[in-house]
Design a protein around this ligand. Structure first.
Ligand code: PLP
Length: 262
């Protein structure tokens, strides 16, 4: 029996590299039992997203209410939300069910350039959902959108932006520096009342990085109940992701940007 139930509230990626499909693989890899609340269907392959079919907000809430009336949940990962209505419904249900260990990956635009969150939903994400998160995991373009500032181009600006993201209300911020150039990828973990912690990993030369953000946030959610503190969960999740990227070229899932290997 697995001791921990982890829920992904996210979109479906039929190509298996991102979204709920990636999250379930990561949950299993970390020895937990995965559950899903689907927020949107996408049609996509390694070449990009060709369509998005949002689930009505009331039915997203209905999935959550049905599940949480029955199952004990130890952590939640929130990914693609699609619309402002779904964002508000998810934020409200997280509060109503007092869910623990809430990790929000503020998914906005796929690496292929396709939008996964309506522009008009950014305000609901900022004001309704982020204050309910124990941890948010934006990349540099997402941080820039949330703060309405230019994208950070160096580590000093990343540290300052991580601190400003904390002011939006989450308990912690993991600002991911993967979009910066350099031999290493550096992420900054900022927490209220304590010094920031930095995580470094070697940059792996591959174009197959589809689903990295989903994999990191779901790994952190699965590890939070199993580690003594957030920094330990983030460190182990990042090590898992680095290995998944290193093995990405073993998969042949199509002719575009392929998935990381779980
Ligand atoms: N599809 C879904 C359903 C997602 O949730 C995400 C990312 O969160 C993506 C696609 C995009 O993944 P990537 O930007 O890693 O290619």
């Amino acid at each position: 029996m697995s001791a921990y139930n982890i829920v992904s509230v996210a979109g479906s990626d039929p190509s298996g590299g991102a979204g709920i499909q990636a999250d379930l693989k990561a949950f299993s890899a970390h020895g937990t039992f995965g559950m899903t609340v689907v927020t949107a269907l996408t049609a996509q392959s390694t070449r990009g997203v060709t369509g998005v079919h949002p689930v009505p907000a009331e039915f997203v809430a209905h999935q959550m209410d049905t599940l949480f009336a029955d199952a004990t949940v130890h952590a939640v990962k929130v990914g693609m939300l699609g619309t402002s209505e779904v964002t508000e419904a998810v934020a409200e249900a997280i509060g109503r069910h007092a869910l623990p260990n809430v990790v929000v990956d503020p998914v906005m635009v796929a690496k292929s350039g396709d939008r996964l969150l309506e522009s008009s939903a950014v305000e609901a994400l900022r004001s309704e959902l982020l204050p309910r998160a124990d941890l948010i995991t934006p990349n540099l373009p997402e941080a820039a959108d949330l703060l309405e500032e230019p994208e950070a181009a160096d580590l000093a600006t990343m540290r300052a932006q991580a601190a400003r993201l904390l002011e939006l209300g989450p308990r912690r911020v993991l600002l991911k520096g993967g979009h910066l150039s350099g031999g290493e990828s550096v992420d900054v973990l900022a927490s209220r009342g304590s010094d920031p912690v930095e995580f470094r990993a070697p940059r792996v030369a591959t174009r197959n990085t589809h689903g990295t953000g989903c994999t990191l946030s779901s790994s952190i959610a699965a590890l939070l109940p199993q580690r003594p503190d957030v920094a330990a969960a983030v460190g182990d999740a990042k090590a898992y992701l680095t290995e998944a990227i290193r093995r990405a070229d073993e998969i042949d899932a199509g002719g575009g940007q392929g998935p990381v290997h779980h």
